[in-house]
Design a protein around this ligand. Structure first.
Ligand code: GLA
Length: 412
């Protein structure tokens, strides 16, 4: 039995009821990277009940739910005051119907409901945090029907990250509802080293901004671009796996980058088995944005049941070759042009041989015969018996799935 299961089963026993079924449910909440939507990137503080209901409607009508995006998450700024018993209330102006009714609305659509809090006395936007109210808040969330909690790290002087997150994990556990636990301390105390048994995912970096390549410092907070996050998240692959994922932050697809940049951002997040939490206004998507976010072949790379985070195998002339082993001896390869100029590259199979030290599998297109599909054009490209020459625009990708046809078929 995995260590995480032992810890959780022990926790259940200590809490007075050996409910093994519940431990099992917690364990199974994120067997593949969580998928959904969150309010923060696009709406920031400007959220309300009407908009969230419309988002839930659009998740279904746009086909996003059908692709697996199931969580509708409200980020910071939903809060009202605590009542005289310390119980947290939602803002009566923004959410007049209350959170329970909103959760019911979302659940009735076959979706799940996520909420946000903070381990400190206040959230990052200055709303009430959960410090000192952990068990009370967890119970309130469970009563409301919350399925996902993002737990932030602002206003936490002198607090210990691991202890604070473990406290909320235990509180969620005691509340008796399987609530996916998303840890958000921006990688500050290397959560990949300790959070696997506490939460289902952990942020590995500071906040994403809607930029492909930038670093912005606003004094007490900052934003980094897709490339900056990519380089911080890539080396952490050995910490990710079913039930516990590196989280390189929510997606910015559809929020203002170019179509090429959006496609590269989405592809690389999928190659890294990242949680896919949409950050755009899904009520109002361009055809290009929708085509990116609903590409089921690319999503299948992210959601592959093997649950192995891909890696950058090599870089040549500004072009990066990313690999991800998939079930049934399949592989995904994403060729990423990291420059702003178009690049023409030759896909020579002997160049592309690789070994993955996590699965101990070898990709041997020189000896095994694979069929392969271009996941962005949808075109079956035949088999790996000849080389291909392709041109990739600046800040764009070519992404393929390779399927084993014939093992040890020695090619001429
Ligand atoms: C932090 C988090 C963001 C967002 C904001 C909300 O910056 O990292 O993802 O939740 O707080 O205030």
């Amino acid at each position: 039995m995995k260590l995480k299961s032992v810890v959780l089963l022990t926790a259940v026993a200590l809490l007075g009821g050996a409910n093994h079924g519940y431990a099992q449910k917690w364990e199974e909440l994120a067997k593949t990277p969580p998928m959904g939507w969150s309010s923060w990137n696009k709406f920031n503080r400007k959220i309300n009940e009407k908009a969230i209901k419309e988002i839930a409607d659009a998740m279904v009508s746009s086909g996003l739910a059908d692709c697996g995006y199931v969580y509708v998450n409200i980020d910071d700024c939903w809060h009202g005051e605590r009542d005289e018993n310390g119980k947290i209330q939602c803002s009566p102006e923004k959410f007049p119907g209350g959170m329970k009714a909103l959760a019911d609305y979302i659940h009735a659509k076959g979706l799940k409901f996520g909420l946000y809090s903070d381990a400190g006395c206040k959230t990052c936007a200055g709303e009430p945090g959960s410090l000192g109210h952990e068990y009370q808040d967890a119970k309130t969330y469970a009563d409301w029907g919350v399925d996902y909690l993002k737990y932030d790290w602002c206003n936490t002087p002198d607090q210990n990250t691991k202890a604070s997150y473990r406290l909320m994990r235990d509180a969620l556990y005691a509340a008796g509802r399987p609530i996916l636990f998303s840890i958000c301390e921006w990688g500050s105390t290397k959560p990949w080293e300790w959070a696997g048994e506490i939460g289902h995912m952990w942020r590995t970096t500071g906040d994403i901004g809607c930029d492909f390549d930038s670093e912005k410092d606003y004094g007490d907070w900052g934003e980094i671009g897709v490339l900056q996050i990519l380089d911080k998240n890539e080396p952490l692959r050995r910490y990710a796996g079913p039930g516990h994922w590196n989280d390189p932050d929510m997606l910015e697809v559809g929020n203002g980058m170019s179509e090429n940049e959006d496609r590269a951002h989405f592809s690389l997040w999928c190659m890294m088995a990242a949680p896919l939490i949409l950050g755009n206004d899904v009520r109002d998507m361009s055809a290009e944005t929708k085509a990116i976010l609903t590409n089921k072949d690319v999503i299948a790379v992210d959601q592959d049941p093997l649950g192995v985070q891909g890696w950058r195998f090599f870089t040549r002339n500004g072009v990066e070759y990313w690999y991800k082993p998939l079930v049934n001896d399949d592989w995904a390869i994403c060729v990423f042009n990291r420059t702003t100029e178009p690049k023409t590259v030759k896909l020579d199979w002997k160049d592309l041989i690789t070994y993955d030290n996590i699965t101990r599998r070898t990709f041997k297109p020189d000896r095994n015969l694979y069929s392969f599909k271009n996941l962005w054009t949808g075109k079956d490209e035949g088999v790996t018996d000849v080389t291909r020459t392709i041109t990739i625009p600046g800040y764009d990708v070519a992404m393929y799935r390779f399927t084993l046809v014939d093992r040890e078929n020695v090619l001429p």
